[in-house]
Design a binder for this molecule. Sequence first.
Ligand code: GDP
Length: 214
Amino acid sequence: MPPHNHYRNAEYLLNVAALKQLPVDEGREVAFAGRSNAGKSSAINVITDIKGLARTSKTPGRTQHIVYFALDETRRLVDLPGYGYAKVPEAVKRHWQGMLQRYLETRESLAGLVLIMDVRHPLTDHDRTMLEWCTRAQMPVHILLTKADKLNRGPGGNVLQKVQRELAANYPNASAQLFSALKRSGLDEVRRVLDGWLGFNDGEDADKKEPRAP
Ligand code: GDP
């Protein structure tokens, strides 16, 4: 059975330009990161099933804000600024890299990071830097190899295997899956990971004991 979609309740909460403006560090949140144009906004919109929740097809690298969405009183989704956009000045890049690193290393309520990569260009240098910070901070990471619709099943599967081998060798806190926002594929898998991180499954045992309908 597909998991219940808890993400449909997502509502825009706030937009911050500096870490000191972050909401109170309580409850749990899951953040989304990735290279600009990898498909992060599209993934957020499809996971929540809310069209236009995260802004797509903006000028890549322009929106250098952390955007918060509330799921309920204690749970949040966080859209981190896209990285690696070539046209952003070096100093701006460094500023945002520093901010991302501090956020990952210090945010107590951060339960896990979803890292978005284009299945055709996985594990860029920036992606590896993110994975290294997360490994050091013992932060769980789940990689969406998105735009999987751009590859046939065989080649897509090969990329996934290759990435998984690399993760097992160097980033043991990270997992990966194929995803397509266009085809809405891989949704149950990613929602299950998020449910676990955000504690939506705590107390699921009680549900399982309910008698089945005849
Ligand atoms: P972001 O900059 O990471 O937020 O990326 P966007 O979500 O704005 O997507 C960048 C571009 O990739 C847009 O033109 C999207 O339509 C396209 N895109 C995103 N996800 C997919 C997908 O799963 N399949 C395909 N074929 N295109 C996608």
